[in-house]
Design a protein around this ligand. Sequence first.
Ligand code: NAD
Length: 480
Amino acid sequence: MQKLKNYINGELVEPISDTYLDNFNPAEGKVYSHIPDSGETDVLAAVEAAQAAFEEWSTLPIQRRSDIMLKIADLVDRDHDKLAMAESIDNGKPLKLAKRVDIPRASANMRFYATALLHFASESHQTDGEAINYTLRKPIGVAGCISPWNLPLYLFTWKIAPALAAGNTVVAKPSEVTPMTAYLFTELCIEAGLPPGVLNVVHGLGTKAGQAIIEHPAVPVISFTGGTTTGKQIASTAAPMFKKLSLELGGKNPNLIFADCDFEQALKTSLQSSFANQGEICLCGSRIFIEQDIYEKFKTAFVEKAKALTVGDPLEEGTNIGAIVSGTHKEKILSYIRLAREEGGNILTGGEQVTVPGRCENGYFIAPTVIDGLDHKCRVNQEEIFGPVVTLIPFKHEDEVIEYANSTAYGLSATLWTENLKRAHRVADQLKSGIIWVNCWLLRDLRTPFGGMKQSGIGREGGWEALRFFTGSKNVCIKL
Ligand code: NAD
């Protein structure tokens, strides 16, 4: 059975303890490879390598840095099919989704920051006729980048690309649940000639390898994407050490459907925003608020479309909903469906596990689940489920739905559907979310700020925001 390796100082190496963790194929519910169970000593070696590489990488001419990153992007494109297959097997997502979204976005992330760094400029300020200030932006040092399992290579590269482009060296830890594509990526880094130590990837548990990265005093900047509880734990370690922190955390995103919307478009896109990637996207709209006048019509059509989705083998072309990422996560989702029943919800469709016959008979599958009859304040409508489960809630007035939408501890994204331009601006302005989509969902421009309010995180990724995050500013004031 394949054993993955850490990538430290330009080489693929075994964990120092020589211990490994099981890596599951969630569609089959069985172990298919092993990953290093790395600990503090592996992280120490990775940080030392990153420190040693910093001087050379941070002073490399930016064109050269850009060229190496573009070479890696080319290799990701070359290996598109292989990486998509690996992502689908490791995560359970439909292969066609990995082909269309995950892998193209991973190479786009590398390309975007490889070219952004060529255009990154600093500011200058003239102080009346008395002085001139210019602000330098310098790479910080060794960046710690920790990513989750839902969009494995997509989010891994979304962090390491700006960190490297800004001239930092990196110690990264992909999720132990989906380590495969980050491992394959390290092979491409070697092939592309990335200098040793510039990127180091340590596999293993969050509480062990991840925590060791956060605690290391020579890692002054941390970029984390994952759950809100983990984010709190990371902040409690990193804040007293005065580390620079970016936290992209959970969500409980509202999807507001006004009666004056383009009904067919709202229906079609809401199906995607509910169930794409098995609902395991931090931006999925899990609470659908529908204006009373069209509530019954929308409910009937939405449930019918959800019922028609094919839950099945992720590798088959006709599959819409693949496997849930792990047995543990499947149980968590099912426990929320039970809670929905206890809280008085009606399961309109789904609500149960699905057995996919053949090679996937022991896999982790859940039918797309639609629930109504729940109050917006109940736990099912307040807590992140992160699976193929959505609730439908009617509303009468704009003010009322804004209150419902803003009623959770989260504030990542929100979607609203209306053909009324004034309403679109008015409601977008009042929603307490970092990302608002009007008449669309997950339409991304990598230049825009990405991140959440409230317990969905602090800091913003994307565009210049990420390059600013991964650099420290230094102002120089010269008296004229
Ligand atoms: P998680 O918090 O369990 O794990 C995320 C990463 O953190 C993993 O690599 C894990 O090993 C590591 N980790 C865990 N404990 C750690 C610790 N003490 N110190 C350092 N690292 C530690 O999250 P998950 O279950 O992998 O991902 C799902 C969550 O991620 C959901 O809440 C989802 O909303 C969120 N998410 C947010 C965004 C966003 O952009 N805001 C994007 C994707 C996913």
